[in-house]
Design a protein around this ligand. Structure first.
Ligand code: BJW
Length: 288
């Protein structure tokens, strides 16, 4: 039996499915990934800029990075991978949940069922106040630029070529409209910060209530960030199988390990998730 047929056969008997999504899902919508050649912005590493340290050291630099990201996300259109998951999220005969590490809003714009979408690393369009005494949080703010000093950060993604960034004094960065003193920050989860407790609790609740989860779709993620990547093992521990959708699958044989009878125990679909995912799910969701 070929791989796609084997996957589709397994899929049709699944009662509970989780997807774990990463930056690769939005790559064909024109949004850069974090790691590899796609992970540079004006010669800075995207990973180094997504940290509390970077924000404390140079909030102006980090705000320029996030202004670029917000603008790119506002321009981007969801691709067929987002649309496939959106369709999956409305099927009534499957217990389903999407865990996305992406902060770009693309799943929401693809009209994903909001009750079945958890944003593990927050959202680019959420703003919160950094003043310890202030609880201001705005869930969705699409203004661009947020202050006049942040205009002109929206130039195209520049891979490797150095383009200097401006120095912006703190007084010209977004400030809290409630306390008027605190600097605003993007409502995303940086390294060393805890994931939102409410979100972690909802994932746990789903995993316990729907044990065993039959399948986890691992889509466009390097699986290098914790605790997100740990959900893959958690599903495996419950006896569930793994299907990976990625342009790079270095350990193809490990993912696609077969049992003694030669039957697939997991699947690796190498290629653009915007193409491979809708195709793999077609029997459930129809054509996109
Ligand atoms: C395609 C494609 C196409 C391309 N189709 N595919 C040592 C061991 C274990 C853990 C740790 C450790 N040291 C530190 C930690 C914890 C740390 C961590 O995981 N570090 C690792 C790097 C080791 N984790 C944390 O700090 C987390 N918090 C935490 O643990 O808190 C504990 C705590 C508890 C209580 C109090 C205090 C603390 C937080 C992690 C937050 C991650 N944040 C970021 C930035 C978010 C904001 C923003 O977007 O700016 O999240 S970092 C970045 O990585 C971003 C992403 O969501 C995340 C994952 O990246 P992703 O999505 O996988 O992207 P890439 O680029 O890595 O991969 C893209 C993939 O797509 C590639 O595989 C391509 O091949 C593929 N691809 N085109 C299909 N068309």
């Amino acid at each position: 039996m070929d791989k796609l047929e084997s996957f589709r056969n397994y899929l049709k008997n699944c009662k509970s499915i989780i997807s774990l999504c990463g930056a690769g899902l939005s790559a064909s919508s024109g949004l850069p990934t974090f790691r590899g050649s796609g992970g540079l912005w004006k010669n800075y590493s995207s990973i180094d800029l997504a940290t509390p340290d970077a924000f404390h050291t140079d909030a102006g630099l980090v705000w320029q990075f996030y202004t670029f990201r917000r603008h790119a996300a506002l321009k981007a259109k969801p691709n067929n991978g987002h649309k496939a998951l959106s369709k999956l999220s409305y099927l009534e005969n499957i217990n389903y949940l999407t865990l996305t590490q992406n902060v770009d809003n693309a799943s929401r714009i693809a009209k994903h069922n909001p009750k079945k979408l958890l944003e593990l690393h927050g959202n680019l369009f959420t703003l919160s106040c950094t003043n310890f005494m202030c609880t201001f949080k705005e869930e969705q703010n699409y203004n661009h630029p947020l202050t006049p000093a942040l205009a002109d950060c929206e130039d195209e993604f520049s891979e490797g070529s150095f383009q200097p960034v401006k120095e912006i004094p703190e007084s010209e960065l977004p400030h809290c409209p409630r306390c008027n003193t605190g600097l605003l920050r993007p409502g995303v989860v940086w390294f060393g910060e805890p994931l939102p407790l409410k979100v972690i609790d909802k994932v746990d609740e789903f995993l316990v209530k729907n044990d065993p989860i039959n399948l986890i779709l691992v889509i466009g993620t390097s699986q290098s960030v914790w605790p997100a990547a740990a959900y893959i093992d958690r599903v495996k521990q419950q006896g569930g199988k793994v299907a990976v959708f990625n342009t790079e699958i270095p350990d193809m044989e490990t993912v696609e390990n077969k049992n003694a009878k030669g039957e697939y125990q997991g699947w690796a679909f190498k290629g653009d998730a915007a193409i491979t995912l809708p195709l793999a799910l077609e029997a459930l969701i129809g054509k996109i």
